[in-house]
Design a protein around this ligand. Sequence first.
Ligand code: NAD
Length: 325
Amino acid sequence: MKVLVTGGAGYIGSVTARALLARGHDVEVLDDFSTGHREALPPGIRLHEGSLLDAGFVDRALAAPCDAVLHFAAFSLVAESVARPLPYYRNNVGGSVNLLDAAARAGIRRFVFSSTAAVYGEPDEMPITEHAPTRPVNPYGHTKLAIEWALADTAAAAGFPAVALRYFNACGATADLGEDHDPETHLIPRLLRSVLDPGLGFAVYGDDYPTPDGTCIRDYIHVTDLAEAHALALEADVRPGLSVYNLGSETGASVREILKAAEAVTGCAFDPRIEPRRPGDPARLVAGNARARRELGWRPRSSDLPTILADAWNWHRAHPRGYQG
Ligand SMILES: NC(=O)c1ccc[n+]([C@@H]2O[C@H](COP(=O)([O-])OP(=O)(O)OC[C@H]3O[C@@H](n4cnc5c(N)ncnc54)[C@H](O)[C@@H]3O)[C@@H](O)[C@H]2O)c1
């Protein structure tokens, strides 16, 4: 299939673009490099450099016939979205509206969207299934849910099947591609960077949660498992309209378990600062992934902690300043 990958220079988009090329798809990337990295692009890939906010540019990118769109491009820092919501609405919702408009007119046959566990907010039941109510608690989550709605309505009107993949915590790396956000807000890269640069320090926010070791439990999913889910969502025989799938490992790990796994791969003993709980941080967020297993034939293969930490550590050690070197 000919596939346009928006955000293909970012963390998850770049790993997915390579996975699709390896499966024989014809891949093009659209990116404005606002948070992405040229070094993450597959060599020789056709690049549409520009922003989704430029409707004319998006139309031109989709002018040549294209079978499918994989839409990763977004801003995704929760705290920043709380402090400055409008750039999030403009970029995430506005950019997606331009993309959906162009994609519908171009007659694409499949649209796969990077959604997030943040659409659930603080759910009442664990593990979280796709039936759980969507009650996001921050502007980032609101924008992602708004895009799901726009996607459902556009897919119904234009008649293409669409898939929203709600990822939990993306992590891990391949040999060449890893996580390099600025600022980095994710636990595993922050922890590993603190090994390479001890001046950074590392804090655990709350050790008095009602969990076995008192620290928060989250669902960590290896970026190569996410990439495979995208390939399956592209290739699967899904029904018309919007299909929604959780992508998580269904197990969950606490912050202390991550520290222990990181100690095993780095050989470094951690002595984190214990800070108070952060507002809005639930004790436990774990995905139910039965629907993705059943309907997409997906299963996480690399989302065990030793593999996640070893792959992430290998990448960070080889790239102590991220893609800068
Ligand atoms: N990383 C996670 O744990 C996680 C979890 C759930 C959902 N997601 C979602 O997955 C997607 C990818 O996340 P990531 O961690 O790879 O992010 P990332 O910041 O590494 O990648 C995003 C990419 O989109 C590009 N981009 C942003 N706005 C653009 C625009 N207007 N026009 C063109 N390009 C634009 C950036 O330059 C970047 O290359 C995002 O939509 C994010 O919300 C990520």
